[in-house]
Design a protein around this ligand. Structure first.
Ligand code: PLP
Length: 371
């Protein structure tokens, strides 16, 4: 019997949805960028992006990545540079666009793509690079200046910001002002969870209007398909959940940060950060999706997971195996990946959900140190 599950998604309660459901019943509009969807997008532009650029909702971030890559890739390119230390959706989106992932190693501090290696790959691969796809690992507010330069030099950049909705640094939302595409996930297991959903942002409204056309079968204004489309829209029911979630999101962000801070306190109390354990070096105010740690170099993460499981505590190892070790993905080209391999042997993803208590955190931290 599980005492502490890994995640316990806590979506909006049904009573807050009732006014929205009543609106849907009277508008009789159920999808196709309806009034609730429009209101959600406007609130997001107002409350998170200061009206700089544009957004469009999508039915999940994987579709959002596919649309963003296909609407921005260089026509003669073949590769999408991306980390291997990411979720399988990142390379899969590139493959669905007819491209090949090219895996690049990560930085050992922030666990995002190593910028020096990205630069080297761009030099070596030249015009074969169709796009660059950094992942803001576990929601860290990565500095996008490096990628802005790449994008402005003519190599399109799409940011996988799946865990980053609600992330701020100095009150600036992550991605705001970025001229390429930034893709956020609203999956139930993400901090802004609606079930299935996502959002694409760009400071360049032209990208967003093309993506909006592409996610509606590629229809132009006279309902003729003139670009490679699919159906990527959300329903008005999803928009209702998203609108309700906006009202309470600040509390969710605070709750998640509180739990993260309890973890730091317990780690400090046990002096684990001086005994080989490590946390990701992050920037900004992050509504953590779960707690990511590296166990000491000599240990293996599966032993930590077993130790926790024997105490009925559920933990995971995101992202182990890293993408380049998955059966479908292991034939794609990559740089040497020593940091990715080292971190994925040590990574432990610990429970983090909004009703957790300090006592739960204490049990977890005590439970993960093999006696
Ligand atoms: C969750 C996640 C995705 C996919 O998001 P969906 O909305 O479930 O499609 C993509 N990339 C990363 C890094 C993720 O964590």
């Amino acid at each position: 019997m599980i005492k502490i599950p890994f995640l316990r998604p806590n979506l909006i309660k049904h009573d807050t949805l009732i006014p929205y459901l009543t609106e849907i019943e009277s508008s009789r509009i159920y999808s196709n960028f309806g009034p609730l969807n429009t209101r959600f997008e406007q609130r997001v532009m107002d409350e998170y992006f200061d009206h700089l650029g544009a957004v469009t909702t999508v039915n999940n971030a994987t579709i959002g990545l596919m649309l963003a890559i296909s609407q921005s890739k260089r026509p003669k390119g073949k590769y999408v540079l991306m980390p291997s230390f990411t979720f399988a959706a990142t390379p899969l989106a590139a493959i669905w666009c007819g491209l090949e992932p090219f895996f690049v190693d990560i930085d050992s501090d922030n666990w995002c793509m190593d910028e020096k290696m990205v630069r080297e790959c761009l030099q070596i691969l030249g015009d074969e690079v169709a796009a660059v796809l950094p992942y803001a690992t576990f929601g860290t507010h990565m500095n996008l200046d490096f990628y802005r330069q790449i994008h402005e030099s003519g190599i399109p950049v799409v940011v996988d910001a799946a865990a980053s909705f609600g992330v701020t640094d100095n009150h600036n939302h992550f991605g705001k002002g970025f001229p390429g595409c930034v893709v956020y996930s609203f999956h139930a297991t993400k901090s802004f969870g609606v079930g299935e959903g996502g959002l694409v942002y760009s400071a360049n409204p032209e990208f967003i209007s093309r993506i909006r056309q592409a996610e509606n079968f590629g229809f132009s204004t006279n309902r003729e398909t003139d670009l490679l489309g699919l159906n990527g829209k959300i329903s008005e029911y999803t928009a209702a959940i998203a609108l309700s979630t906006l009202d309470i999101f600040d509390d969710k962000i605070k709750a998640r940060q509180q739990i993260y801070n309890w973890y730091l306190e317990q780690l400090d109390h046990k002096d684990l950060l001086n005994k080989g354990w490590a946390v990701q070096k992050t920037v900004g105010v992050i509504p953590y999706q779960f707690m990511s740690m590296c166990c000491p170099d000599g240990l293996h993460n599966r032993d930590i997971i077993h130790s926790l499981a024997s105490q009925n505590i559920e933990a995971r190892t995101y992202f182990a195996p890293p993408c380049h070790q998955h059966p479908l993905l292991n034939g794609y080209p990559h740089t040497p990946l020593p940091v990715t391999e080292q971190i994925s042997n040590r990574i432990v993803s610990l429970p983090l959900w909004e009703e957790m208590t300090n006592q739960d955190v204490r049990l977890i931290v005590e439970g993960m140190v093999p006696s």
